[in-house]
Design a protein around this ligand. Sequence first.
Ligand code: SD4
Length: 289
Amino acid sequence: LVVRPLAIATWDRVKATEAAQVVLERGGRALDAVEAGVRIPEADPDDMTVGYGGRPDRDGHVTLDACIMDDKGNAGSVTFLEHIMHPISVARAVMEKTPHVMLSGEGALNFALSQGFKKENLLTKKAEKEWREWLKTAQYKPIVNIERHDTIGMLAIDSVGNISGACTTSGLAYKMRGRVGDSPIIGAGLFVDNEIGGACATGLGELVMRTCGSFLVVELMRQGRTPQQACEEAALRIVKKQDFKDIQVGFVAINKKGEHGAFSIQPGFSYTLSQNKKTQVTDAKSYLK
Ligand code: SD4
């Protein structure tokens, strides 16, 4: 079985999957591809859900979560990280240069600085202005499908068939200080098992964490489900347990054969696939229509 290299990401993320595809097309590792891919929205001030330009917590601090997994089952993660534009690369450094999987907060920041990452202000004027507006009512209500570009989870298969994944986010806008979502949690926001496939999640992280969402999707594929069936079943698991009218969770998955799937609770979730020099954004199927 020969699978053409591919990169797939949550939401409308053309530049990110294309950046990953450049790495894959020149024979690079899936790990390098997903890192290069998600660094695009991390550095984009107009992307208000990831990295620089992300919406702050309710106290006005941009705090970032990210994780990465390679084809050997290695993982690295940072949570509650401030002032660093590329949390995914810090997560990779945690994976490759420390005996640990996850570093958090001040410890993660100090580690990043020791690795040569620069301390920067990540709160843009635009995000600050919105936050100050929000403070007038200070009502906390995560909005479904915020502007249709949200947390980025990315999965890739390289030319030798290895799978890796990355996930990075500024988390829910106006969250409590210290809140960590699913995105940096191995098995929740992202899971990769190179024998089977990979999955990533977006949406209300609390629900993804409670169901070990991405791990569940990969385990369902292990039991024989297609990526599409596995994403649907994982979403149903969430729907069965609570009132889901105002919440969004979306999954994207790939398997070893290069098949992909995506599914969400609410309509409005999309994913981006780059393969064979083509990039396509597709609306995912959803539980509610
Ligand atoms: C979180 N899952 O922090 C992230 C946010 C997100 O679509 O994905 N929004 O809960």
